[in-house]
Design a protein around this ligand. Structure first.
Ligand SMILES: Cc1ncc(COP(=O)(O)O)c(C=O)c1O
Length: 411
């Protein structure tokens, strides 16, 4: 029985249907690791394995969302994300399995190593990918791609009350695993916090089970989107709607959640990477056998490692691995299908990532000029003294530019 929610609240069955696409419960593993502070225990919840086709946290949300789309007669779903969005890819993959078409509106993001593979997968799947944001005419796009197409629109990251329900179910699932002694109740859970649906649902699920666990919500998205008050609103809406479907679900569950909002491992930007993130990803690979990404899970792991160093032995800590670990097919190396990629997306295959010549900061660019433009604010802020050094002549600046260009061309 993987519908923990309907099991606990039978009145929900039939009203809140889910498409059983996730392999639940996801496994738990236990590890002992050596840190400078001593030996520490880490428990891992493997949502990387929510599906044999394509796992990760989004599958839990899609169980409810895709079911609702089909119940309402949709023939296609449309959603939003950044170019390398795991949510957009998960939606495309699982929508196809459900016999639904899929349109993804994708916005520019910092280049990451996963993007070419993600775009190649969209091509394989036949996803309709559309460049979004940065001057696109949204109304025109909506008319062109959504109107008269029986399309169910899924918000950014699959985050809406229905998506969050997938993680309420996850909270109940964890409680059942604790009950069956697969693990002891952790004191803290660490989870990447992007559009906040996973954290919202999980915290409510744990509150419904009266588990006094701290959910460390490690922010990985810009604080224009990821905001504490928006998270609170989402939790209130989710519990209100659950309560409407089954009045035995307490409204005040949303106020009993124990979220620790973490801003300190953001690394300066969505998909930005710093040494702390890189170290966390390497640590998880070498000590826990996990393949994490640098945009989401690496940051949650960085927060966990930081806190373990500070805590005393015996603090029980659970890492919620939200990043798919199922292998994806290799990228079409002769590039046949890439030719079908809309032009605005081809640049992600051609872009270079290069360091500043004075420190470890990086920027992306398809051309030298683009790279320099991306790096300029960094030079002005981090190396203002060098940039405004009046002893530098025009020739010095030209030489410096030429050296940087040579470095870019050689990369
Ligand atoms: C691997 C991974 N982890 C965590 C998250 C964050 O989940 P949420 O958007 O529900 O906060 C995402 C969102 O895209 C993700 O792809």
């Amino acid at each position: 029985m993987t519908d923990y929610l309907a099991n606990a609240y039978p009145r929900l069955a039939g009203k809140l249907r889910k498409r059983s696409i996730a392999s639940l419960p996801t496994p738990i593993s236990h590890h002992e690791v050596q840190l400078p502070a001593g030996t520490r225990s880490i428990t891992v919840k493997h949502d990387d394995q929510t599906s044999l086709i394509y796992g990760g946290n989004k599958v839990r949300k899609l169980e409810y969302i895709l079911q609702r789309a089909q119940d309402r007669g949709a023939e296609r779903v449309a959603t939003f994300g950044a170019v390398g969005s795991n949510h957009a890819l998960a939606t495309a993959i699982h929508a196809r399995e459900a016999g639904l078409g899929c349109t993804c509106f994708l916005a520019h993001q910092k280049r990451t190593p996963d993007i070419p593979r993600t775009l190649s997968m969209h091509l394989e799947l036949g996803t309709e990918i559309v460049r979004y944001g940065g001057g696109t005419n949204r109304l025109e796009l909506y008319r062109r791609y959504l109107q008269n197409r029986k399309t169910w629109v899924i918000p950014l990251g699959g985050t809406c009350w229905l998506g969050a329900i997938g993680f309420v179910n996850a909270g109940l699932e964890l409680a059942a695993q604790i009950e069956s002694a697969e693990l002891e109740a952790p004191e803290r859970i660490y989870i990447a916090n992007g559009t906040m649906g996973s954290v919202a649902g999980l915290a409510i699920g744990l509150a419904l089970e009266n588990l006094p666990v701290e959910v460390h919500a490690v922010r990985v998205a810009d604080n224009r989107f990821a905001k504490r008050e928006v998270l609170d609103r989402l939790m209130n809406k989710t519990t209100t709607l659950l309560n409407r479907l089954d009045p035995s679900i307490p409204l005040e569950a949303a106020t009993r959640t124990r979220i620790i909002w973490r801003d300190d491992f953001y690394a300066g930007g969505y998909a930005a990477v710093d040494d702390t993130t890189t170290h966390a990803v390497e640590f998880a690979r070498d000590n826990l056998g996990l393949a994490l990404d640098t945009t989401y899970t690496g940051k949650a792991m960085a927060a966990l490692l930081h806190d373990l160093e500070m805590s005393c032995d015996g603090t029980s800590t659970l890492f919620w691995n939200t990043y798919n670990s199922m292998p994806l097919p290799p990228i079409d190396s002769d590039g046949h299908s890439l030719r079908n990629l809309p032009d605005q997306f081809k640049r992600y295959y051609d872009m270079k990532t290069l360091k500043c010549d004075l420190c470890e900061a990086t920027a992306d660019g398809e051309t030298f000029e683009e790279w320099m433009t991306a790096l300029r604010p960094h030079y002005m802020e981090a190396h203002a003294d060098v940039m405004s050094d009046s002893s530098k002549t025009k020739e010095d600046m030209e030489r410096w530019m030429a050296e940087n260009k040579a470095r870019f061309d050689a990369a």
